[in-house]
Design a protein around this ligand. Structure first.
Ligand SMILES: Cc1cc2nc3c(=O)[nH]c(=O)nc-3n(C[C@H](O)[C@H](O)[C@H](O)COP(=O)(O)O)c2cc1C
Length: 169
């Protein structure tokens, strides 16, 4: 199979996951590209495209959305992945892209997500936001942020690799 793993990553979390997914696909003909380096007119030449992004303000990065708008011919299969700070997965992240693909007869064969520590916000901004909260809520939010530290971790990346493997089984 000819496979493209294509992603947007601002602070490297989604990139780590992309590389682990590609490791799971090691016996296939796999290419890993940042979305900035991928050519939307070339997607039709792959058997499977695995598309990923971090979640920013509840959305995929605009480059991913704009890239998909440029694609006129889809590959037969797609899969998605994302990294996010919140403790629950953002199920709707790929909703629009998914329905467009399904309308066009491209099959979505899997979706993966994991927590990614927010490395993109200055510490002062986070502390400033926390300082505005009532004490109990502040504690809760601090605990939530603490729980994201170091993610994606080794287990997340092993899960990503297993996800990659599962796509070709
Ligand atoms: C400006 C900004 C906005 C973010 N918004 C969200 C959000 O709405 N929901 C969420 O779960 N995580 C949010 N995050 C956290 C990122 O999704 C998370 O850290 C992700 O792993 C970043 O991926 P990257 O390192 O590949 O860029 C945000 C991070 C930044 C910097």
């Amino acid at each position: 199979m000819k496979i493209l793993v294509c992603y947007f990553s601002n602070t490297g979390n989604t990139e780590k996951v992309a590389k682990s997914i590609a490791e799971g696909l090691e016996d296939e003909n796999v290419e890993v590209l940042k979305i900035e380096d991928a050519d939307p007119s070339n997607l039709k030449n792959y058997d499977l495209v695995v598309l990923g992004s971090g979640i920013y303000g509840g959305k995929l990065n605009k480059k991913v959305i704009d890239f998909m708008k440029e694609v006129s011919e889809y590959p037969p299969k797609f899969a998605f992945f994302n990294t996010h700070q919140s403790s629950t997965a953002y199920q709707k992240a790929f909703k629009r892209i998914r329905s467009k693909l399904e309308e066009s007869g491209s099959e979505v064969i899997g979706e993966f997500d994991c927590i990614g520590e927010n490395l993109g916000m200055p510490k002062e901004t986070i502390l400033g936001m926390l300082a505005k909260l009532p004490p109990e809520e502040k504690k809760r939010q601090e605990a939530k942020i603490e729980a994201t530290k170091g993610h994606p971790d080794a287990q997340d990346l092993a899960n990503a690799k297993a996800f990659g493997k599962s796509l070709i089984q």
